[in-house]
Design a protein around this ligand. Structure first.
Ligand code: CO8
Length: 373
């Protein structure tokens, strides 16, 4: 069977960062204004008063200290609480295309590839900014890549599922080399007025080059030993925004047209599924957990990652074994595990094993076991 490798990665990080304190100050101003505007109804018991948020809660419950965003001003304006993202003309690159190009160029440089070496582009992320044409085709054309391109969405697991799709294309000869990108604009579909989730997400874009070992010439290559994907339907993480919304106007402004979740249930149900999947995946490849040098886990919640790593290893993992980026980036959906991989891979030695693992809405879980060559 053809050896398939990851030969380069790239990362686009927006310039603006929002600290917990900044986010909480804006949220609490909104709460004060709401409660005073609705004082009579609250007093009469017709509606509930809103409760304030707190930085201490956010850091303790999630491990998040800050997040990068495309636009800071609109999010922090208590009268608006959503980013300002101006519509662009059809003649300009879309925002997701621009994010993808920045990350892709870095990944292509690391892999030593030009557009002529790449045969396919996959854009894999939680939300596409339009229905069609596919953002992937726009990215493909902007970079001057021949061949084919398509978009796919498996929420937080889009990148690992995208790596498998890329590896399959290389293995079966459909492409020599694939560019897989994850432009995540999570701030666009986050409800900044919801105390339970306003702190969870940030924006970023990652890129991965997947190619045949035969064509790879970068100094760092990671052989894909196997990809394992799993989906189990759950209503605990949902976003009901879609093209049919306009057909029933009564639902247009309901909160379910943005990200909603039952965070406690997600935590409880997903952690054991992920730990079991990594264990099973290792067994299928006749590998042991103690051979794993690194786990680049989905970055949603610090306690979740510590619990999963502990279940896999049978002991607490060190930060070196399960690196954390969510303190700075928050949850960037599918980009999270790839950001961790991008930042914390260089120190591995030839022969070292690692797993890139995502989990999220669907539910969806993806694990990619790799070995540094
Ligand atoms: N400030 C202060 N207090 C708060 C706040 C706040 N902001 N929010 C809640 N509280 C209070 C609650 O009211 C509650 O009070 P009480 O005990 O009196 O009822 C108390 O704090 C505890 O609340 P929770 O039970 O909600 O707190 P948890 O400890 O469970 O932490 C988390 C909440 C952080 C959400 C945690 O449950 C978690 O991380 N769960 C897993 C989440 C997860 O991994 N989700 C995956 C979704 S990501 C995904 O799949 C991608 C989707 C696509 C991307 C979407 C982009 C927008």
């Amino acid at each position: 069977m053809k050896q398939v490798v990851i030969s380069g990665t790239g990362l686009y990080t927006p310039e603006n960062a929002i600290s917990n304190d900044e986010l909480v100050a804006s949220f609490n101003t909104f709460v004060e204004e709401y409660n005073s505007e609705h004082a009579a109804e609250i007093q009469a018991g017709n509606i509930d008063a809103l409760s304030p948020s707190s930085s201490a809660f956010i850091e303790k419950a999630s491990g998040i200290k800050s997040r990068y965003v495309i636009d800071k001003e609109g999010i922090l304006d208590p009268k608006r609480m959503k980013p300002f993202i101006a519509e662009r003309s059809n003649e300009e690159n879309s925002l997701q295309c621009d994010m993808a190009i920045t990350a892709a160029k870095q990944a292509m440089e690391e892999a030593g590839k030009t557009a002529a070496d790449i045969d396919a582009v996959i854009v894999a992320c939680s939300n596409m900014q339009r229905a069609y044409p596919a953002v992937a085709v726009e990215v493909q054309t902007a970079l001057g890549i021949q061949g084919f391109a398509y978009d796919m969405n498996v929420a937080c697991s889009s990148a690992t599922f995208g790596i498998q799709a890329a590896a399959n294309a290389v293995e079966n000869g459909a492409a020599r080399c694939v560019l897989m990108v994850n432009p995540e604009i999570c701030s666009g579909h986050l409800n900044f007025r919801d105390r339970d989730s306003h702190f969870i997400f940030g924006d970023a874009c990652t890129a991965v080059i997947v190619e045949s070992k035969d064509t790879a010439n970068s100094s760092e290559q990671y052989e894909i030993l196997g990809c394992k994907l799993q989906t189990v339907f759950s209503n605990n993480i949902r976003n009901n925004a879609g093209f049919l919304n306009r057909c029933d106007e009564s639902g247009l402004n309901k909160p379910d047209k943005l990200f909603i979740q039952n965070g406690r249930k997600v935590f409880k149900e997903v952690c054991p599924m992920v730990a079991t999947q990594i264990g099973d995946h290792l067994s299928e490849l006749e590998l042991q957990a103690d051979q794993l040098k690194r786990m680049w886990l989905h970055q949603a919640n610090l306690s979740m990652n510590q619990l999963i790593a502990k279940r896999v290893l049978g002991r607490a993992a060190t930060e070196e074994e399960a690196p954390v980026i969510l303190d700075r980036y928050a949850n960037t959906s599918s980009a999270g595990s790839v950001i961790a991989y991008h930042m914390y891979k260089q120190d591995l030695k030839s022969g070292d094993l690692g797993v890139i693992c995502s989990f999220g809405a669907g539910y969806s879980i993806g694990s990619v076991i790799i070995r540094k060559l």
